[in-house]
Design a protein around this ligand. Structure first.
Ligand SMILES: [Zn+2]
Length: 461
């Protein structure tokens, strides 16, 4: 058995061999960036392109009336955010989770709250109300655990999954705040899974792990993983075989950070990191196996023999905080040859541009038809030149742009500028509808959050 030192980092390959990560160099640039950041505490990333993009695309901005780390979203940003909310709920329901909504304030005089808060450290917002001091939640754990501790649970109910999209508050240091990637207020799609025992938890955790990787891959990115593992799990033969099986499933080397046994409530805490083109590490998705909180929050279930037992709890946020996900999407887009977002999440999917006033009514009717068909379409009816309005739509990364002139009003085909191809193709109305529908199939939909006509839309910043 290999000797793992607490506080040190190791690199484990898919055959389960581990070596010290202190002086290794790896070919995978993303993994090297993670090693540099975690082991050597240095990051080469100076720029975070998503910050410029969130402003340029008019999605989000800093809020001068609040403190740093609290951002505001424009109607376009709110639309993207809500689509991600829908996606997070979709994933939770597919996994069989039970959604709940719980408070954001928790009384620090109560033991489970203060103990949990102590483990969390200094980054907690405190709020005074009357004579009491409350913790502003930094994750959904408190509310869900409290609910579960008062619920009647049987072994038949397990594994039991709970879900909440939790607005969470963490007092990060000023210098650590980065656009949407690191905020003081953010939204975590938190899932907790109660399992009968560690064996069941390991099996469930494997499924969650796979799902976390898959969700990232759907957007074309490969996470690099950091495993924080307690020393006793690594040194137990079953535990270490389990860790090896996870690395094998991941299919590439992972960085392992060993923590002293019994320090945290978890024994395994995996961070799936998105690495931007600039080498910035954005911790996106997470999953933990928790062996401490069932006891702390007095959560129990009744086993086959009628005895009360403590469950093992998995914490996970399959797509990570929604704001970080937005940052990942924008960072990824900025590295593409033709920067773009997936069609289902584009605030505007089809833009019609009328040539002169004669074709305006036709363009409006078309856009209305598309919106009735659950495709977000708008009309740039402003008096600027067609060329300028096309350029404008390009700046907004709109995937489909259609210029409507006399020929089109008279029943001709629609000249559709397809952003991803940098080409204009003649299509009929049904063809364009089908193309957008095919691309957005299975993803959430929301209608336009702003006026369909650009002439009637303020410029939000
Ligand atoms: Zn949790």
């Amino acid at each position: 058995m290999q000797d793992f030192q607490p506080g040190r980092y190791y690199l484990m390959d898919t055959d389960g061999k581990a070596c010290s990560a202190d002086d290794v160099k790896v070919e995978n640039e993303d993994l090297q960036a993670l090693i540099d950041a975690e082991v050597h505490k240095k990051s080469s990333a100076k720029r975070a392109p998503h910050i410029e993009l969130m402003k340029k695309l008019r999605l989000a901005g800093y809020e001068g009336l609040s403190e740093p780390g609290h951002i505001r979203l424009t109607p376009k940003g709110a639309l993207v955010f809500d689509l991600l909310t829908d996606r997070a709920l979709q994933i939770a329901l597919e996994l069989g989770a039970n959604p709940v909504k719980t408070p954001i304030l928790y009384d620090l005089e109560l033991k489970p709250v203060s103990e949990h808060a102590k483990l969390f450290g200094q980054r907690m917002y405190k709020v005074k109300s009357g004579k009491r001091t409350f913790a502003l939640r930094y994750a959904a754990c408190f509310g869900q655990f409290s609910l579960l501790s008062e619920s009647t649970l049987s072994y038949r109910d397990l594994p039991l999954k709970m879900f909440e999209l939790a607005d969470s508050y963490r007092l990060e240091q000023r210098g650590e705040l980065i656009g949407l990637a690191r905020l003081r207020k953010f939204h975590m799609p938190d899932i907790h899974i109660l399992c009968r025992n560690l064996e069941e938890a390991k099996a469930e955790f494997g499924g969650i792990y796979k799902r976390c990787l898959e969700e990232g891959r759907k957007f074309g990115w490969n996470y690099v993983s950091l495993y924080n593992v307690s020393k006793d799990l690594l040194e137990d033969s079953k535990g270490s075989n389990y860790i090896k099986s996870l690395v094998k499933m991941e299919g590439s080397k992972v960085l392992i950070h060993v923590v002293p046994s019994g320090t945290y409530y978890w024994i395994l805490n995996i961070e799936f990191n998105f690495v931007s083109q600039q080498g910035r590490i954005i911790e996106s998705s997470t999953a933990q196996i928790d062996v401490g909180n069932a006891d702390r929050f007095d959560i129990s279930y009744v086993d086959e023999e009628g005895k009360e037992r403590r469950p093992v709890i998995i914490h996970t946020a399959v797509i990570g905080s929604l704001e970080r996900f937005m940052a990942d999407l924008l960072e990824r887009a900025s590295s593409l040859k033709i920067p773009s977002l997936p069609t289902w999440i584009c605030p505007v999917q089809v833009r019609f541009i009328n040539v002169g006033s004669d074709s305006l009514d036709f363009a409006k009717k078309l856009a209305e038809k598309f919106n009735d068909n659950s495709i977000r379409a708008d009309v740039d009816d402003r008096s600027e030149s067609v060329a300028k309005r096309i350029a404008n739509a390009e700046v907004e990364w709109i995937p489909y742009i259609v210029v409507i002139g006399k020929r089109e009003v008279d029943g001709g085909k629609l000249p559709v500028r397809i952003r991803s191809l940098r080409k204009t193709l003649d299509m009929n109305e049904e063809g364009l509808v089908k193309k957008v529908k095919d691309e957005t199939q299975g993803w959430p939909y929301r209608p336009l959050y702003f006026n369909m006509l650009l002439s009637r839309r303020p410029k939000f910043v």
